[in-house]
Structures are given as C-alpha cells and as structure tokens.
Design a protein around this ligand. Structure first.
Ligand code: HEM
Ligand SMILES: *[C@@H]1O[C@H](CO)[C@@H](O)[C@H](O)[C@H]1NC(C)=O
Ligand SMILES: *[C@@H]1O[C@H](CO)[C@@H](O)[C@H](O)[C@H]1NC(C)=O
Length: 501
C-alpha cells in the first residue's frame, strides 16, 4: 500500500514523466548517431549535467573515438551532432542555407528572441553591412581607431613611475575594445562617453549570461522564463537615450539631402541606413541593430585579446622579435593598415593564441532546415531540426593537423608561411579560415567582422608592445568554461610597467 502522503509526489512524477516523454517525441530522431553519455529519457539529463561541466573533454573524446564521422552530445534542451573530420567540416562549409541554416542556430545559441530582440531572426542585413562598407572603411579609419586604442590604454593603465601596476585584464580589455569599435561605429564623442561605454560592455556580456541561463530550459519553457532572464528591455531603453537623437538627426538629413549627402559621417549608423528597409528604419529597430553589432564585436574580440595578453605576459621571449618586426614595418609604412599586414609574427602570435585558447569548443552552429533532412558526404543522414556543429577545440588540438598541438608556439604560423611558397603569404594569416582553423568559422558564413577584429587586435597588441612591459602575477589564469563556451578568466590581473628597453 502506498501511503497517501506520497501521492502528491507521485502525481508530480507522473507530470514530469509525461512532459519528458512528450519532449522527447518532439526531438529529432537521432538514434542512429552514436551518443556520448546515456540516452535514456531521464538519464540523458544526467549526461547533460556532465556535459555542462566537461564539454571540451567530452567533445574531444568523441572526436577521437568517431574520427571521420559524427557523434552526438547532450545539452539540456537538445542533442547536438558534432562532425569529426575536415571532409565533414567541408560539408558544413559548402552546404546551402536551405539545407543547413545559420540564423535559427545562432538564434538558439544566443537565446536571441529574448537577449538580442526580434529583429535578429527576422532580418540580418547587418551581416552585409559588416562585409561591405564596414570592412572597406578599415584602411581609411585606421588612424582614428589607432588614436582611440592609444587614448583608451592611457586612461586604463595608470603607470606609477617605473613601477609595476596590476590591472584586471578582461574588464580593462572590454572597455578598450568598446571604445575602439565604437570609434568606428558611432565616432567621437559618444565612443568615449563612460555611460555609453559601460552600457555596450554590460550588454555584450549580458547576452552571453542570459543565453547560458535560458538554454538550461526546454524549448517550450523558454518563452515563459526568457523575459525574466534578460536585460534587453532595460539596456535597449538605456541605449536609445544615447542613439535615438543621433539616428533621428541622420534620418532628417537624409530626408533633406538624399542618401549621400556631402558631410555624411563614415560610421555604422550611416552604413546601416544604406541597407535597412521598411520597418528596420525606425530609431527603435536601428538601436536594436546597433546593440547586436556591439555584442558580436565586443565579447569575442575581448576574450581573444585577453588570452593573447596572457600569452604575451607568460612568454617574455616573444617580446623582442615582435617589437623588432613592428618597428621595422612602421619605419617603412608609417602607422597604416599595410604596416600591420607586414607584421607576420604579430599575426601569427594572435592566430596561435586563438587556435590554442579560442572562445568556444564548437563552432559553425547549423540547424537542418530541409524537411527531408541532410545527408553528409559520408552517407550519414540527420533529420530536420537537428543541430550540427564542428569540433573547433578538438580540431585545433589534433596532432594530424598541428605538430605538437598542445604546445603554444607563437610563431607557428609565421614559420608555416615561410614554408609554403605559393600561398604562404596569405594562407596562414589570421583572417584566413581553413578546415583546420575554425575560430572564425569557415566558408560563406565565416565571421564577417574578422578583418576588423584582426586589425583591432593587432593595433592593441602593437600598442602594448610599444609602450609597456607586461607580466603575470602568478601562473596562467585558467580559462572559465561553461559548457562549450570559453571565457578568459574574468578576475585575473596582468601587471604593466613603463617599457624599459
Ligand atoms: C576575435 C573576434 C571574433 C571572433 C573569434 C568571431 C567569431 C565568429 C564565429 C565563430 C562566427 C560564426 C561563423 C560560422 O558559424 O561559420 C562569427 C559570426 C559572426 N560574427 Fe564574428 N567573431 C569575432 C569578431 C567579430 C566582430 C568584430 C564583428 C562585427 C564587427 C563580428 C560579427 C559577426 C557576425 C555578424 C556574424 C554572423 C555571420 C553570419 O551569420 O553569416 N564578429 N564570428
Ligand atoms: C588554454 O590553455 C590552457 C593551457 O595553458 C588549457 O589548459 C586550456 O584548456 C585552454 N583553454 C582554451 C579555451 O582553449
Ligand atoms: C581566475 O584567476 C584568479 C587569479 O589568477 C584565480 O584566483 C581564480 O580562481 C581564477 N578563476 C577561475 C574561475 O578559474
């Protein structure tokens, strides 16, 4: 006999079981794909718990075990299929959007409806804006961006004479990148406004924090809890205070003088207005779009630079060769984009840092959008609705792809450029993704902001090399993992001193 006090619990259990059964029946059927961890109705949640804590390790194990094929890993809200070879990465790269779509995949990854706003899934014209006018403007705006990097470091790193000063690295880097990026996005004086700067940083980090929490819930609960776990409405109102007056003024000037009026600023607001259509042209939607681009630009670049700064502080042997190269390039070309292109070692150091300590264990998020599913070139078939990714971290630490993959070799790619006669000059530069280097994705959807990001990263590292000596207080601060997402340690400090030699 069951005692009557237990009945509420049993009733509760029955509800949970029914919900779990129903949830499972809503998921794509992936029974034929080998799974990392248990696959039972309830036990798969134990697997998801384990995965949240050990994602890079589990993906790497699967990558080795199912080499040249696919396997699946459990998230709280879905199973995700991971591809394990260059051939299959090429399938992702070459696939059409009708078969493997990025928008619904990114939308889930960032819990976009709640963290980034409705505009994210409806329109993505900002990608074209970044690919074309923004990227084309880098050379012309180079001096401005360099000026902002310099001014930002001067404000952030207050040197006490010749002594060392310890600076919380990630927080400082986030503010420098917000300023440098927004010098291009909105120009002076707004890019230096402390309130605007704080908002852009807070928003960029807030999207990731919100997404991490929201994605712990099953899909059908997300619309209920999503609004409670995001700062979007508040941040959007805050951003509008800064941006709406500027946007309204631009719309008015365009109305008066046509789209290409004489003194139109060369900034993100102008470029967005070139491409935005219909409902996207309201100050509200344009502010949302400005925040989206700030998010895409700030959190990734800041993690990448902080990791590189840790590598530099940890590897004093790199400092002299990097300074020599930089000074020679600047002597020849002045402070220009082409001087930066000549800094092959600097480029290699940043690329290696991103290979070794990237921002995510998996990249190239795609969702199967074809109602008939998708068939990989090795014959593996996955149904409609399946989430597919490439194993970035495992690919970057695969001995078949890199000699001594677990060793940080700052000039690895500079040496590879030296060896490859034909393509050496471009093939291994940081902006060039390939099947073995997936930090920016690969193919048509590869990060459109990478040309700007790499330029900014180089300018920042160049500024540090030119003005400071850096060192770490202790051992290299461990990366903070949340599932597959990696973030540079958020409290670690780097010590700066006035350059001595
Ligand atoms: C070091 C810094 C950065 C890293 C590591 C990075 C990484 C990535 C990755 C992995 C993707 C997905 C590619 C794929 O799925 O194939 C991506 C997409 C994207 N990135 Fe970046 N990114 C960086 C900087 C930037 C910047 C500065 C911007 C804007 C100015 C930007 C804007 C975007 C946009 C709009 C997309 C979506 C592209 C699409 O769906 O076609 N990123 N990025
Ligand atoms: C960064 O490098 C350390 C070794 O210094 C390694 O333990 C860690 O997993 C790496 N993190 C990422 C994000 O690749
Ligand atoms: C970050 O680094 C600091 C000091 O280097 C260390 O005390 C702390 O435990 C690290 N945080 C994480 C989450 O690893």
């Amino acid at each position: 006999m069951i005692s009557s006090d237990l009945s509420p619990y049993l009733a509760g259990l029955a509800v949970v079981a029914t919900a779990a059964y129903w949830l499972n029946s809503q998921r794509p059927n992936l029974r034929s794909i080998p799974a990392m961890g248990p696959t039972g109705l309830f036990s798969s949640y134990v697997g998801a718990y384990d995965y949240l804590r050990n994602a890079p390790k589990i993906v790497q194990e699967g990558y080795k075990k199912y080499k040249s094929s696919v396997f699946r890993v459990p998230y709280y809200d879905k199973w995700v299929v991971v591809v394990s070879s260059s051939q299959l990465v090429n399938d992702l790269r070459q696939s059409r959007d009708e078969d493997l779509a990025t928008v619904p995949a990114f939308s889930q990854l960032f819990a976009a409806p709640w963290t980034l706003g409705s505009g994210f899934t409806d329109h993505n014209y900002h990608i074209k804006v970044i690919q074309s006018p923004l990227t084309r403007s880098i050379a012309a705006r180079f001096t401005d961006i360099r000026d902002e990097v310099a001014a930002a470091f001067e404000d952030e790193v207050k040197l006490p004479g010749d002594d060392w000063v310890a600076v919380p690295a990630l927080a400082m880097v986030l503010r420098v990148i917000s300023r440098a990026s927004n010098r291009l996005f909105v120009g002076l004086p707004l890019c230096r406004d402390p309130d605007y700067q704080m908002l852009t940083v807070k928003f960029a980090m807030g999207v990731m924090e919100g997404a991490k929490k929201i994605n712990l819930f099953p899909h059908f609960l997300k619309p209920l809890i999503g609004p409670w776990l995001t700062n979007l409405p508040r941040d959007l109102e805050h951003a509008k205070k800064h941006l709406v007056p500027i946007i309204e003024e631009r719309l008015r000037l365009e109305e008066e003088h046509g789209p290409n009026w004489a003194e139109r600023p060369s900034d993100l607001i102008s470029w967005l207005l070139e491409y935005a259509k219909g409902e996207e042209r309201t100050p509200h939607m344009l502010t949302q779009r400005m925040l989206m681009v700030n998010f895409a630009a700030i959190h990734t670049t800041a993690n990448s630079f902080t990791q590189a700064l840790f590598h530099l502080a940890q590897g004093p042997e790199y400092v002299e060769p990097l300074r020599e190269e930089l000074e020679a390039a600047v002597a020849e070309e002045g402070w220009t984009k082409s001087a930066m292109s000549k800094c092959i070692k600097l480029d290699s150091f940043l690329r290696e840092s991103q290979r070794y300590n990237g921002t995510s264990a998996v990249n190239m998020n795609r969702m199967v959008d074809n109602p008939n599913g998708f068939t990989f070139s090795d014959g593996t078939h996955v149904p409609h609705g399946t989430f597919v990714v490439a194993a970035t971290y495992a690919t970057h630490h695969d001995g078949e792809n890199y000699e001594n993959p677990n060793e940080f070799d700052g000039f690895r790619f500079a040496k590879m450029r030296g060896k490859d006669e034909d393509q050496g000059s471009i093939k291994f530069q940081m902006v060039a993704p390939d099947a073995k280097y997936l930090s920016f994705g690969f193919g048509r959807h590869a990060c459109p902001g990478r040309f700007f990001a790499v330029n900014e990263l180089k300018l920042m590292l160049a500024y540090v090399l030119q003005h400071y000596d850096v060192r770490l207080e202790g051992p290299r601060p461990p990366t903070e993992w949340f599932g597959t997402l990696a973030a540079a340690n958020h409290s670690a400090k780097v010590e700066f001193r006035k350059r001595q030699t």
